[in-house]
Design a protein around this ligand. Structure first.
Ligand code: HEM
Length: 430
């Protein structure tokens, strides 16, 4: 069973559909993206009876769209679901604002995610992540389920979310991020599932915000409460949306970099052995995991001026979709792009985006993913995939609802687990 994508054949342009979530679940879209990079790097995607959108597939144009916020705005929505129906949270959250308003909020939020904060958090994160990795040693496990709990364990404290909320928020985020996926459906329709998940998540955050107003701390939510963009504090609705934005940023991405990277390593035992023998290779593994996975699949912007992109005129008001897995397989930037390999750093990949909205959680994610893979190769020789992984039904999140695996323990360290013990003794687990 080969899981990871092979170098693709090109496909007939008439067969390309980059909207239908089923096409992302039952296969991959690398053939379509390669075709577009080679023949129509800025391509108009028709949709019967609905708004079409431009597809941008080469590295250079994707980077341009993400960096050029003066022409390509985030304020109307950043995912394909917003095309033709602008996001009602536009202009209110960090990810749906353009500079200069965005800059004020981002500068404040950066303090909660700085390299210094991340460095100080590393011991506690290590203990928590090591405990999760330990669970992989308990017979057959669903890696996707386990990975879903990692973002809260890593970001929860830093955001100011008490541990009692972590499981609920992780669960309802998974439901809300892919409400079309039958694995997460809780309502009779996608809209009902989405509404239930939002209700549950906002109920948690209302309690958390009320608590933080009374007991401010050194955390992101307290910082957002204290912030007064434009001279006025945010109202509760705007605070809720921003809390959601940060949590969704973490939950929609980090678990799937783990899933994809472990699947790639399962097919490349030589790389697993290399990293186990030389842990200085872990950062290269993390970067390649982010390039290889490229989740979210896409970042959407709306043109606010008439503009020309790679010779193609784009009209003000048009929606433009940058496909990250395509940019990250661009042959003009990456040698052997369909090969998972430990590349020279720094890797220029766009897995964390580019420009003013470059992922604010990138330093934290890099640290947490590094800890995860280091603890993984310290404990295990490899993993066996025990049943076909189930890909998400989503054109947005490149991930899995389920990845059944059995990890093979390394005999020499079966009972020692140095890092977990060290973290737990020195720093506790809560
Ligand atoms: C491997 C893990 C991650 C990946 C691949 C990833 C990817 C991305 C990407 C591609 C963007 C750009 C969005 C855009 O341009 O519209 C972004 C932005 C963002 N990410 Fe992440 N992310 C990761 C982890 C996290 C974590 C752990 C957090 C939580 C703290 C987070 C929070 C955010 C936020 C709030 C933004 C918006 C920043 C802004 O608009 O200024 N991300 N992320």
């Amino acid at each position: 069973m080969r899981i990871t994508p092979r170098p693709p054949e090109t496909v007939a342009p008439a067969d390309i559909d980059l909207f239908d979530p089923e096409r992302f679940r039952s296969g991959d879209q690398h053939g379509a993206w390669r075709t577009l990079r080679e023949t129509a790097p800025v391509w108009w995607h028709e949709r019967a009876g609905q708004s079409g959108f431009w597809c941008v597939t080469r590295y250079a144009e994707c980077e341009r769209v993400l960096k050029d916020y003066r022409n390509f705005s985030s304020e109307h929505g950043t995912i394909l679901a917003s095309v033709g129906a602008p996001d009602p949270a536009g202009g209110a959250t960090i990810s749906l604002m353009d500079p200069p308003r965005h800059t004020a909020l981002r500068t404040q939020a950066m303090r909660s995610f700085s390299h210094t904060v991340v460095r100080n958090r590393t011991p506690r994160v290590t203990a928590r992540v090591a405990a999760l990795v330990d669970r992989l040693g308990e017979g057959e496990q669903d890696l996707a389920e386990l990975a879903r709990s990692l973002p809260m364990a890593v970001t929860g404290e830093l955001m100011g979310i008490e541990e009692q909320y972590w499981d609920r928020l992780a669960h309802w985020s998974a439901v809300g991020l892919t409400p079309e996926d039958p694995a997460f459906a809780v309502g009779a329709s996608t809209a009902a599932t989405l509404s239930t998940s939002h209700h549950e998540i906002f109920a948690c955050f209302m309690e958390i915000i009320a608590h933080k107003r009374a007991n401010p701390g050194d955390d992101l939510i307290s910082a957002l409460i204290a912030l007064a963009p434009g001279g006025r504090p945010m109202d509760d609705g705007t605070l809720l949306l921003n809390c959601y934005s940060f949590m969704a940023g973490a939950n929609s991405t980090t678990p799937h970099v783990i899933n994809h990277t472990v699947l790639a390593l399962a097919e490349r035992p030589d790389l697993w052995r290399s990293v186990a023998a030389d842990e200085t290779l872990v950062p290269a593994l993390v970067e390649e995991g982010a390039r290889w996975t490229s989740t979210p699949y896409h970042l959407v912007r709306r043109a606010v001026n008439d503009v020309v992109l790679a010779g193609v005129p784009i009209a003000a008001g048009d929606w433009v979709c940058a496909w990250l897995p395509s940019a990250n397989r661009d042959e003009s930037v990456f040698a052997d792009p369909y090969e998972f390999s430990l590349r020279t750093l720094p890797s220029p990949h766009l897995g964390f985006g580019a420009g003013p909205h470059y992922c604010i959680g990138a330093p934290l994610s890099r640290m947490a993913l590094g800890v995860f893979f280091r603890e993984l190769v310290r404990r295990f020789d490899g993993v066996d995939i025990t049943a076909p992984p189930q890909h998400l039904y989503s054109n947005w999140i490149n991930g899995f609802s389920s990845v059944p695996v059995r990890a093979r323990r390394r005999p020499a360290v079966a009972s020692s687990m140095p890092a977990a013990r060290e973290g737990a003794c020195a720093h506790g687990t809560s």
